[in-house]
Design a protein. Structure first.
Length: 95
């Protein structure tokens, strides 16, 4: 057996992590919110990484009112949004 590269170790670590269900994620979020004031920040990335191309990363903090507004406009999974849906959300956020 040869030495494993960093990419292989990274892939093994990702595979070992259990996926969190949507219900479990919402439960965790509820617990965080009920623990008192403080910011809850969500992060996401898109791209292929330094080995295969550029990456864009972002973080956002929303008030509960802002979150409810976005959910009421249909935001659930950004990867499933249509171009029209993205424009509608962008317009609402820019107001």
């Amino acid at each position: 057996m040869g030495r494993r590269g960093g990419l292989e170790r990274w892939a093994e670590g990702r595979a070992a992590r259990p996926r969190v269900s949507r219900d479990e994620a919402l439960e965790r979020l509820s617990v965080l919110r009920s623990s008192g004031p403080g910011a809850i920040v969500g992060t996401d990335e898109a791209g292929r990484g330094p080995l295969a191309g550029p990456v864009v990363a972002a973080a956002v903090s929303l008030t509960p009112v802002q979150e409810e507004a976005l959910l009421s406009l249909g935001l659930r999974d950004s990867k499933k949004l249509t171009a029209r849906g993205r424009e509608r959300l962008w317009d609402a956020m820019a107001e």
